[in-house]
Design a protein around this ligand. Sequence first.
Ligand SMILES: C[S@@+](CC[C@H](N)C(=O)[O-])C[C@H]1O[C@@H](n2cnc3c(N)ncnc32)[C@H](O)[C@@H]1O
Length: 279
Amino acid sequence: MESAAAVVAATDRELDARAMGIRTTPEEQLKMFGAQLYDAIGSAYPATRRTEPRIAARIWDALGDARTVLNVGAGTGSYEPPDRDVTAVEPSAVMRAQRPRGAAPCVAAAAESLPFEDQSFDAAMAVSTVHHWPDPVAGLREMRRVARRVVVFTYDADDTGWRQRFWLTRDYLPEFADLLVGWPSPADLTGAIGGRAEPVLVPWDCNDGFFEAHWRRPEAYLDEHVRRAVSVWTRVGPQAEQRAVSTLREDLFPGRWAERNRHLVALDTAELGLRLLVA
Ligand SMILES: C[S@@+](CC[C@H](N)C(=O)[O-])C[C@H]1O[C@@H](n2cnc3c(N)ncnc32)[C@H](O)[C@@H]1O
């Protein structure tokens, strides 16, 4: 039987989720993937997800002198360069509907089948999206087909070192590793576009609230709004999420977390496996 505290916590979660516009249960969300997942949870995205200027500078620099840019898996439009002719591609209607007024035009399509002629764009970019695609290699080949240059912000699932370095996955959410099973290696990803991978360090005050963003601000992970804007928390399921959050809470307040991770205070950036693929 569930304890009264567990029932209260589940009810609070449900009310919070409804306040963010999420209508499906965590159990229903567990079976979803790709655009379908974002149609279910995407209403919570804009609360904490936005362009991080230091990462944007890397992406825009890698776009070189491209004038026409395709943004694949564009979501709400973060990282779209303001000074180029951008076309967005986004399969989730909920994400498309949240694009700000005046954002680049957006086509409803998936990466694996881009509705454009060969070499239609100077460059194609994809940010924090490739791990949601049912077939990442096919999607990257499509980007290569439609654009002369390709820039992708993603992570290195092969390098297990960073999972050990990141206290959140090491000490609280080991289930994250299960999400990476079957994920293509960096060599497969760069091979699909014929490019190279460069590390992207995460600033301690990262503006875009992706999974690793709060590595020096652990209290942020206690905030439901922060977690609902990151699909990892949905994909591990409500039990793992609640266990991770309550264990972190128990470690934060007596100072156990600070004791174990005190070396982080001196760091301004962290290498947590994020990569820019450039071709
Ligand atoms: C984490 S969001 C990233 C959005 C945006 N690029 C950003 O940086 O904020 C992932 C996006 O990938 C989209 N997506 C899921 N499956 C896709 C597919 N097969 N092709 C293209 N985009 C997809 C989702 O709908 C979602 O909008």
